[in-house]
Design a protein around this ligand. Sequence first.
Ligand code: HEC
Ligand code: HEC
Length: 335
Amino acid sequence: MGPVFNGTSCAECHKAGAIGGAATDRTIALVRRIGGMRNGVYTDLTELGGPVLQARSLREFDTTCPVEAEFVPRQANFVSHRITTPLFGAGLMEAISAEEILSRTKKRDVDGVLGVANLVLNPETGQTEVGRFGWKSQHSSLHVFAGDAYLNEMGITSALFPTENMPQGKPIPKGWDVVDDPEDEDGDVEKFANFMRLLAPPSQRIPVTPQVRAGERIFQQIRCSACHVPEMRTGANAIGALANQRVRLFSDLLLHRMGEGLADGIQQGVAQGDQFRTAPLWGLSRRNLFLHDGRARNPEEAILYHGGEAKPSKDRFLRLRDIDKAVLSAFLRSL
Ligand code: HEC
Ligand code: HEC
């Protein structure tokens, strides 16, 4: 294990229990991702401690540790604050076929909405695959995300990510990384992936009242559903519980241009600075922080920050009568 990290367990940031692994506390479950521009080319700033900063060091446990927590280097042009995404239903999201996701990328709709798939390298298969996890759909599988998190959040190397994160890009002082890489010898990363694969999806709150149903109709009418697609289906799957299921996640898992107000400048895969994955809305009522940096405290506030491709839809929301806004809120709060 390297001397710098962000958390000591997955559950520290992905709280277990009712909130299904979402961020609840901005002071803990918020990581900083950095990026820079050099001669017009985007860089992850790996040599300076990027792309994810580790905000803690072993000095917390041992005052003789010479390595400090990482700070934002002055060469960083972009700093993105990212809160934890929830993990509920993650296996179902993984089981949706790439074809199903790609089927919605074909043409721009009446509002100018055009979803783009993130295409990312899967270090396990060596293939370019359709991304679906993370705020920019930057990973295609739970196994890879678990390996990435083990390395970048907890400072532990594994077969998929065998190279230690150098603190601020500098070599680790002798004696402060004593285990040979890869450190995960028991296949813990695979176990994390299997655990997440079988987390149940959050259910809509019952009873589903006529008001909630009316709210879902407004959600469709003002075309929130152009991106927050109510339902997708999984394909064939070796795990019976994940095969041929309806997945009511309210996302197309595609990237959309969300305007300057939300842009964080960070590029991941094909995702540009202003592009984000349509955030799945299932489990909304179990959460208390919204949008990639947790700036919104409730779903309605999150809508107000929508720009870019989502602006026509937001403008229709703003023009709703108060009574219809209340009905839409009832629907969002039932999820
Ligand atoms: C320091 C806090 C922290 C710790 C510890 C942490 N995570 Fe995360 N996790 C995050 C953040 C922040 C994101 C969103 C990252 C992004 O998209 O930029 C995330 C996203 C994820 C996602 C993507 C889910 C989705 O649907 O988008 C998975 C999977 C995940 N983490 C798994 C894990 C596992 C497994 C562990 C333990 C090995 C772990 N995480 C430890 C903060 C943490
Ligand atoms: C053009 C696509 C698009 C449209 C249309 C759209 N959204 Fe979104 N929505 C997104 C994206 C992308 C995000 C994530 C943005 C971010 O985190 O920076 C998001 C985030 C959200 C969130 C926060 C969820 C979370 O996990 O933090 C809520 C709530 C939401 N949208 C509701 C709505 C509602 C209600 C409408 C209709 C008025 C709507 N959206 C229309 C793309 C869209």
